[in-house]
Design a binder for this molecule. Sequence first.
Ligand code: ATP
Ligand code: MG
Length: 449
Amino acid sequence: MYLSKYFLPALKEAPREAEIISHQLMLRAGMIKQQSVGIYSWLPLGLKVMRKVENIIREEQNRAGAVELLMPSLQSADLWHESKRYDDYGKEMIRIYDRYGREILLGPTNEEMVTDIFRSYVHSYKDLPLNLYHMQWKFRDEVRPRFGVMRGREFRMKDAYSFDFDEASSRTSYYRMFTSYLRIFDRLGIKTIPIRAHTGPIGGDLSHEFLICADTGESKIFCDKDYLSLLVPGAEVDYSDDLLMADIFNQWNQLYARTHDLHDEALWSQLNPKNQLNIKGIEVGHIFHFGTKYSKPMGAEVMGPDGKKRPVFMGSYGIGTSRLVAALIEACHDKKGIIWPESVAPFDLALINLRVGDKGIDATCSDLYTKLLNAGFDLFYDDIDRHAGEKFALADLIGLPWQMIIGPRLFSNDEAEIKNRSTGEREILSLEAALNKLFTLKKGESFVI
Ligand code: ATP
Ligand code: MG
């Protein structure tokens, strides 16, 4: 992408209302624009990151056997009357009337609708287990929308829903999603701790929150330090192995990990003080096992091998994908700007031309651009004629993993500078060696997601 042809409305200063660093950086890097309280446009750079995040989630949910569909964001209130949640949900639900005076609402979550889809088509235990998910805008009229997209009134969520014939297999479905979440956050390149949680208005008997470790998080975490070194299952993990799923779940639930609301001082004090880790976190995911809470009142039943009908067992599994983008920035930044994990960086590399207008340098940059593009790089080419300091500041601000800098001094020796954004390491190499280094990185561990 040539910067001169892109739309990147970066700001020198963050507007004063932005309190936390991710909000400031998202505004400065031209990723989002506020349209009204808690409601944002996603500008091209922000959208690109959110798409990358969602694609990783999609790949991992598919790998775990979930199937994607798309439900609407406008929902009829009738379904919510059936589950009795229409009145319970309170002011967070945005309620409207259509031209015929019928009650409709902007979906804050989709348990009712997915249960309706299920009951319309699935009637036999032979078609189970089933897991359906979608990625969709959600609406909650939060009392205090704040911190940019961290707590919005319109936000993106990936929500999955599992359906099983009995309690035991329903728990295995929960373990499967739990394992998939471990893999998702690992691929996103951040430490996330799963913590037993209250089930809240969704209901049920088993629930975990997934929290990203970040100093600005709203939740206090008390956990055993050994959590940070637990092994995340690899891509080859066999999701059809029920015992393995239970094993992984148990391994990740042996150590002490609580948020402040469930914290138990007596249990905590039994932990070796060296292992007591007291940190802050941001909730990015929340999963629930709630059995027949929705299927019973809504009549979502399946026929068992004995010919008897029973309500299906369910769970739901959310990840706030728009919040996740902000949370990643909270966990990965420095004074100069964002430092994207490679798996979600909006571009792989910033190619920086320090002397736009110089025929030789312009031609070389175009040539490098084509070669890198052909090698599979997603490139950001700063081809705008302005001061070098501004170019470096922009490249650091938007946090691409690598920079390749072509300036007049090095160019006269056929050389370029390569900079790694996260370590700050710089290296001067011949143009050919610089290209080879980048090609090797692409083939090797880095850049591979
Ligand atoms: P919170 O406790 O932060 O209010 P929640 O428990 O109400 O969140 P869930 O119903 O569990 O949220 O939704 C699943 C995920 O959706 C959350 O883990 C979070 O990542 C995201 N999420 C929830 N509310 C918002 C919001 N207002 N803005 C952005 N993301 C949100
Ligand atoms: Mg929650």
